[in-house]
Design a protein around this ligand. Structure first.
Ligand SMILES: *Cc1c(COP(=O)(O)O)cnc(C)c1O
Length: 401
């Protein structure tokens, strides 16, 4: 269990039932966490935030002092992030960019393109050639690299080294580099290589991946007699929902990246985590509506559910949570109450998949008690199917003290 911070707990206790469920973000905790991540990384390592993990403007702004830029993955994110944190460097990635999105990116002066295919490269070269710009447009080629590390097999969301729609096949590397260096794409400047190979890697796995990506990039540059100046090794730093107090080892990763950068003078290393930056600052707070037995188990049904917090359903875990007992009971009817030691916490949806957490130790849990789910600051509200069953939307609270 990860207990909510004092300010989150106070806010959750102070909200009337009808104001639940609610997302409560502790921006002070977010700043503290981001500062510790930043200080674990050598100054030369660039840190971008992958906005898709949680693009709330308050989150983007709170992170601004600690990040070097933002990674955006659609025209929508592009416009949104540009507005929320104007003037901050953006890298535009993602498969299936449309011509209109690329035009928007050019209008908004995006600093870097992460190109995902040869077709996209041709389209970008054409669209960029129609513009008058003083400086060429920075391009990083995203590659789906075959990392035979073994380490990547442990990862749940691996997207590198096997067939996926992400990035260029490494067999296309030479052709892609030639297209950018033979003078036909004068408005584009090849800066380097981008990868994002898996999600859920620990620090040694991330470091092994970064080392092999850098070695591959150096080799690619040498084959073409060019200097590739940037390598973005992506995000995917693990967040352990089963052991929420265990954190990604930023100190070890930072030290390893520092050594890697020192071994390659003139090469800028960049990372772009999402989940591991914002997950810890968010809580989804709700209220127990009913507690009941079912075939030898017990269920607590709460306001809201996986249409607000889809994370446990998509990742197949139990979302860590804390019970805040409530003593006042305003109704004339008796409260339903748990008889067993453990309950399954389910939402209000008419589907057996609407389960937030199983095996929650909650002896004596009663209707009216509050439950606060931790690690709800990334891939939570923004990946959820909000409109299924037409329940009201949660409130949003950004605590900044
Ligand atoms: C999703 C994504 C990230 C962030 O991944 P996390 O697991 O949230 O750290 C970074 N880069 C790319 C290209 C992505 O698609």
């Amino acid at each position: 269990m990860t207990a909510p911070t004092a300010s989150v707990r106070d806010r959750v206790r102070s909200l009337p039932s009808e104001s639940l469920p609610a997302y409560v973000y502790d921006l002070a905790a977010l700043r503290g966490h981001a500062a510790s991540v930043r200080s674990a990384l050598p100054r030369s390592i660039e840190l971008y935030y992958a906005a898709k993990a949680n693009p709330e403007p308050e989150i983007l702004c709170a992170l601004a002092p600690y990040v070097d830029g933002y990674d955006v993955s659609s025209g929508g994110e592009l416009a949104h992030v540009r507005k929320a944190v104007p003037g901050r460097p953006l890298a535009f990635g993602g498969p299936g960019k449309t011509p209109a999105e690329i035009d928007t990116a050019l209008d908004l002066g995006v600093e870097r393109f992460h190109v995902e295919s040869l077709y996209e490269l041709r389209m970008l070269a054409q669209l960029a050639s129609r513009r008058s710009r003083d400086t060429p447009l920075g391009v990083l080629l995203r590659f789906n690299l075959p990392l035979a590390e073994g380490s990547l097999e442990a990862s749940a969301l691996s997207m590198g080294g096997r067939p996926t729609p992400f990035g260029l096949d490494p067999a296309q590397a030479d052709q892609a580099v030639r297209m950018l260096t033979d003078g036909t794409s004068a408005r584009l400047e090849l800066l380097g290589v981008h990868t994002h190979l898996a999600s859920g890697l620990n620090a040694p796995q991330q470091l092994a991946a970064a080392e092999s990506v850098v070695a591959w990039t150096v080799d690619l540059g040498a084959r073409h007699g060019i200097r590739l100046r940037e390598v973005n090794v992506g995000g995917g730093m693990t967040v352990d929902y089963a052991a929420p107090r265990t954190r990604f080892d930023w100190a070890a990763y930072g030290a390893g990246l520092g050594a890697l950068a020192a071994a390659h003078p003139g090469l800028t290393l960049r990372i772009e985590p999402g989940r591991a930056l914002s997950a810890y600052c968010g809580w989804y707070a709700t209220e127990v509506l009913d507690v009941k037995p079912s075939h030898g188990e017990e269920f607590a049904v709460v306001r809201g559910g996986t249409h607000h917090l889809r994370t446990p359903a998509t990742k197949g875990h139990d979302q860590p949570c804390t019970v805040l007992p409530v003593h006042a009971w305003p109704h004339p009817w008796p409260r339903s109450e748990a008889r067993r030691e453990q309950v399954t916490v389910a939402g209000q949806l008419c589907t057996p998949k609407d389960v937030l957490a199983r095996g929650v130790p909650a002896a004596g849990l009663r209707a009216g008690d509050r439950v606060v789910f931790a690690l709800a600051g990334a891939y939570a509200w923004n990946i959820s199917h909000h409109d299924f069953l037409m329940h009201p939307r949660p409130g949003f609270h950004f605590l900044d003290a």
